[in-house]
Write a protein that binds this ligand. Sequence first.
Ligand SMILES: [Zn+2]
Ligand SMILES: [Zn+2]
Length: 271
Amino acid sequence: MGMAYGSDYHGLPVTSVRNGKGIEVAPDLFQLTVQIVNVVFVGEPNRGDWVMVDAGMPNKADEIIEAAEERFGTGHPPKAIVLTHGHFDHVGSIIECSGHWNVDVFAHEAEFPYLTGKRAYMTPDPSAAPGLVAKMSPWFPNEPIQLGNRLQVLPADGSVPYLPGWRWLLTGGHTPGHVSLFKDESRSLIAGDAFVTVKQESIYKVFMQELEFSGPPKYFTPDWKAAKASVLKLAGLNRDCGHGSRATGRGRSLKEGFTSIGRSFWFHSSA
Ligand SMILES: [Zn+2]
Ligand SMILES: [Zn+2]
């Protein structure tokens, strides 16, 4: 079965100061900012397998592939691509990337309708949040992509293909099958759009000023209740690890002790 983007696919004339820049967040975590979203390379150069998480904005495959070759060398493609979810800014260049590397794409089963051409995402609601991005959101593509035979379901046991030590967690709400990836040993978290923090270097505005972190972009989130539960799940994850429960301020326990990569931010904590 062939692969195809949604009929409404197009690039966006938005950017951030970090566009095109890569940062090694941890030895096995490299974040490449593509306009306003992050693509994550998981795995250490010269040390076995690596996997790419998400595939950036439309028409950015050349940049992504170039950055990957710069980090891992030519002839060392990723073993797979894992999707946090199927929004256009996370699958924007996936057909070219997965084709170039000839690799499978893994996602949660609940996300499959949006990745197999069956169901469109919600129409973005520009009134749901303040800010420039929300105002632009009616122009965001929301038609489903068709990934054909490349699409594979994430393992039911919670493991992440080719990445021992990592596990995926269902953090739905933003989309039904949104997943976050977590590595217990280093407490590294790849949160996709499950939440954004206030410390952003892009044009994104903060939606919930009273918290140090907030939920996902409201204009593109149909199930806010589930999204909140997912944020709390991630917060609880940190507490479980025994490092985060410094109850010194709202929102802090999620932040502290994490190496975390979300929509358009990163931070590295030495806690
Ligand atoms: Zn999203
Ligand atoms: Zn996104």
